[in-house]
Structures are given as structure tokens and as C-alpha cells.
Write a protein that binds this ligand. Structure first.
Ligand code: GTP
Ligand code: NA
Ligand code: MG
Length: 448
């Protein structure tokens, strides 16, 4: 059997619903589970080895696995999952959608679900903060079912009602879902696992279902085998004191070495540069500013690292990169990126709205969503809104299409004045769901 790469798991959810706390709790487990192997902290990601996962799940473990562990990516509330993209879809192999069970679905939960649907990413729902259900009796790190058995009927009913609400919300998005212990076929029904990121209850089942899914879907799809060529996605472009502009990246395939030449998909063209340094975070106790990072010679997927390289100025978050060895490689990469961009940035409709977004991933997600609600698109591009966009939007015959949808991008100087002059309406938002909602609502009102 070929070597399986570590599956990448994105943790998504509304602000403050508990993404970071969940990962902290899993990390902290290491202190109690002495025999388990070490956790590796990456840039923007945490690697949990399979031995530690087994340790956490010891009371209920019943699966056979060959994956080396899980690499968790914590996507901050404001940063879109859509930035985490790779060829042919989402960067993440799997996702945890975390929902505060007491609050239920919120705008960013809705956004996350629609994105997971667009990218067909298998996911598990973590119904978090069960310790705050009135009357809940907590037991540290217990499997959910063990904890459940100790609750009184009133408390059980409270949680059941919340779970039914979640099932209903997921149904609106076309997913059939149920509490995990009532599911027979995990490939057809989305599992909801009640957890507490504070007490650790339910985390054993959550991890075991994730591991099972990873093993099943991904082994079959062969998406997890480590291949030769280094490939990755830019998470963030950052200025670091003494280093200049650096990129935080997730390497999802191959091995990257210092000295390698890489091609990065820039906004207008491909940027070719050389890797001068590969930096990893030091263990948490050494996290002083001057010695935050540790320099390494090479790194193998999946991993999160900081890259030091010249010419990173025009690089955008969400861009792909690849190691290249010849002019031919660069040419191929350029053609592939161009083709992919053309496939996504459609220009087909004669009449339609103008869509501008921050990344290819958000562009793809929004195009899909607009199609779903039958709003025609005249132009869809990555980039800030400029005066040409206003002109294009104003050229529509139907007033409902004299619209620019701006997602996570800026309006360049003069755009607002120009739009007012031409009667073009601009919707500017940084949550996909809110953007769509406002446009839909406006169209309904205008139609009356
Ligand atoms: P952003 O990164 O800002 O989007 O938030 P987040 O999803 O990472 O949430 P975070 O982990 O920061 O948690 C937000 C607050 O909820 C913190 O005060 C946590 O202590 C609390 N919290 C998270 N999980 C639980 C839980 O299971 N039970 C309780 N009682 N509180 C929780
Ligand atoms: Na928070
Ligand atoms: Mg957080």
C-alpha cells in the first residue's frame, strides 16, 4: 500500500461557537495521555497523530486505520474557508462544522454549509457547548453516550429539541442529518455529535467518526497519497520583522525543500521565485517574538509552514503554488491556472450582475450560489471593484441586473460616485450568506 498522507480537516463555524476551544482541548489531552505521541504545531494548523486520537477514543475505538493522523486547520471567524483552496476544490479533505447548540445556525454557519455543499466536502457537525444545557451533568472527556445516560429526562429533552432544530436547518440546505448514534450509513447522512469543547464530552465520538470518514472516502478517492511534486495553498501573506514579506502556506502534496523554485498563481500572472527559507513554529513555550520560528531544510505534506522568498509582493491569499523544475513546468502551470480561472470566471450571460470577490474559491462558491437562485451573471472576477465594473453593470437592460456584488473586496476611488451617476447598486459584504440575502431581498422589493 502507498503511503497515505495526513488528511486535512477544516474546523468551520460562526464566531465564538468554539472552533479554537475544541482544538485547544484536543491539544491539552496530550498532558494526560502520556504514552501518546507528540502533537506538532504548524503554521495555521495542528497535527494530531493517530496514536493520540486512539488514546482519546480508547473506550469506544472500533475502526482499523492506516492514516498517520489528522491535520486540523482552524479557520478564524472572519476568514473564509474559500481561501483554503486547491486544484479541483477545497483544500480540506473533511470538515467539522461547529455550532453552538444553544444558539443554533447563524449567518456564518449558513455560509459554511453552503460552501461545504459547493465543494462536496464530507463533514461532521459538532453540536457544541452541551455543558450549558440547563441541568447538564458533565463528566470530563467522557464519550457522549456515557454522559447522555447520566442525564435526567428533562435535560435530555432539551438537548433533543436543539438537535432537531439542527437537523431542520441542515435539511434546508439539502442535507439529511441525524444524531450520530442513530445513523446506519455515514456516507448518506450527516452525523451530529453533541460535544463540549470545555469538558471534552463527545470528543471521542467526534474524532472516531472523522477518522472513519477520512479512511473510507479518502482511501477510495486516492486523494491522500503523497506524490512527488510539492503543491500547496497560500493561507496568508505577511510582513515579518527581519524577514520581509513571507507567506504562510499549507503544503498538501509532495516534499518542498529550501532552494526549490516555485510558481505561484498571482492575480495577473504566475510569479516564479525561490524558496530561501522554510520556517516552522517552535514549541509553544518558546513562542518569544525573536525566536518564534525554527528553520528547516525540507517539509513533507501535509504541513503548515512559513515560506521566506523574494518577489512575494503580488501574491494573494488563496493562491496555489507548485514546485517547478523547468521552463516547461512553468508553462504548464501557467496554462493550467489560466484554464482553471477561465472555467470559473464565466462571462457568458449577456445580461446579468457583476460579481467581484477576493479569491477564486469565493468566486466559485458565489457563482454556484447565484446559479442556484437564478440570478444571471455577466461578469465574475477576482479583484477590487473599479469603474469598468460600474460601466458593465450599467449596460444591463433590466434594472435588477444593474448591480455589483462585492465580496471581501474594496471599492476603488471614484467607484461610488460613478455608481450613483449610472444608477448602479453596489452590495458589499464579507459574509457570503449576508450578501446573497441582501440581494435576494432587494430584488423582491424592486419587483413589487
Ligand atoms: P472565532 O475564532 O472568534 O470565530 O471563535 P471560535 O469559534 O474559535 O470560538 P472560541 O473557541 O474562541 O470560543 C468562544 C467562547 O466560547 C470562549 O469563551 C470559550 O471558552 C467558549 N466555549 C467554547 N466552547 C465551549 C463549550 O463547549 N462550553 C462552554 N461553556 N463554553 C465554550
Ligand atoms: Na472567539
Ligand atoms: Mg477561534
Amino acid at each position: 500500500m502507498k503511503q497515505l498522507r495526513t488528511p486535512i480537516v477544516s474546523v468551520l463555524g460562526h464566531v465564538d461557537h468554539g472552533k479554537t476551544t475544541l482544538l485547544d482541548k484536543i491539544r491539552r489531552t496530550r498532558v494526560t495521555a502520556k504514552e501518546a505521541g507528540g502533537i506538532t504545531q504548524h503554521i495555521g494548523a495542528t497535527e494530531i497523530p493517530i496514536d493520540l486520537i486512539k488514546q482519546i477514543c480508547k473506550d469506544i475505538w472500533n475502526v482499523k486505520v492506516t492514516i498517520p493522523g489528522l491535520l486540523f486547520i482552524d479557520t478564524p471567524g472572519h476568514k473564509a474557508f474559500t481561501n483554503l483552496r486547491r486544484r479541483g476544490g477545497a483544500l480540506a479533505d473533511l470538515a467539522i462544522l461547529i455550532v453552538d447548540v444553544n444558539e443554533g445556525f447563524k449567518p456564518q454557519t449558513e455560509e459554511a454549509v453552503s460552501i461545504l455543499r459547493t465543494f462536496k466536502t464530507p463533514f461532521v457537525v459538532a453540536a457544541n457547548k452541551i455543558d450549558r444545557i440547563p441541568g447538564w451533568q458533565s463528566s470530563e472527556y467522557a464519550p457522549f453516550l456515557k454522559s447522555w445516560a447520566q442525564q435526567d429526562d428533562f435535560t435530555k429533552q432539551k438537548l433533543e429539541n436543539k438537535i432537531y432544530e439542527l437537523i431542520g436547518d441542515l435539511y434546508r440546505f439539502g442535507f439529511s442529518a441525524d444524531r450520530f448514534d442513530r445513523i446506519k450509513d455515514f456516507t448518506r447522512t450527516v452525523a451530529i455529535v453533541p460535544i463540549s469543547a470545555i469538558t471534552g464530552e463527545g470528543i471521542p465520538e467526534l474524532l472516531m467518526i472523522l477518522v472513519g470518514l477520512a479512511q473510507k472516502y479518502l482511501e477510495e478517492n486516492l486523494r491522500l497519497q503523497v506524490e512527488g511534486k510539492a503543491k500547496g495553498t497560500i493561507l496568508e501573506v505577511k510582513e515579518e520583522k527581519g524577514l520581509g514579506i513571507t507567506c504562510d502556506v499549507i503544503l498538501y502534496d509532495g516534499t518542498l525543500k529550501v532552494g526549490d523554485t516555485i510558481a505561484i498563481a498571482g492575480k495577473d500572472d504566475v510569479i516564479v521565485t525561490h524558496v530561501k527559507g522554510i520556517l516552522k513554529p517552535r514549541p509553544a513555550k518558546e513562542m518569544r517574538v525573536e525566536s518564534k520560528f525554527q528553520s528547516v531544510k525540507s517539509v513533507t505534506a501535509a504541513a503548515g509552514v512559513k515560506l521566506v522568498a523574494p518577489n512575494l509582493e503580488g501574491v494573494l491569499a488563496g493562491s496555489e503554488f507548485e514546485a517547478v523544475e523547468s521552463e516547461e513546468d512553468i508553462k504548464n502551470f501557467r496554462e493550467r491556472v489560466k484554464k482553471e480561472y477561465e472555467e470559473i470566471s464565466i462571462q457568458t450571460d449577456e445580461e446579468g450582475v457583476v460579481l467581484k470577490t477576493d479569491t477564486l474559491g469565493s468566486l466559485e462558491a458565489l457563482i454556484n450560489e447565484l446559479k442556484e437562485i437564478e440570478i444571471p451573471i455577466k461578469k465574475a472576477e477576482v479583484g477590487d471593484v473599479d469603474k469598468r465594473d460600474v460601466v458593465e453593470a450599467s449596460a444591463n437592460r433590466d434594472e435588477l441586473n444593474r448591480v455589483i456584488l462585492a465580496f471581501n473586496v474594496k471599492l476603488l476611488p471614484g467607484v461610488e460616485e460613478e455608481a450613483a451617476k449610472y444608477g448602479v447598486r453596489i452590495f458589499k459584504e464579507d459574509i457570503i450568506y449576508t450578501l446573497l440575502d441582501k440581494v435576494k431581498q432587494w430584488r423582491e422589493e424592486e419587483k413589487l
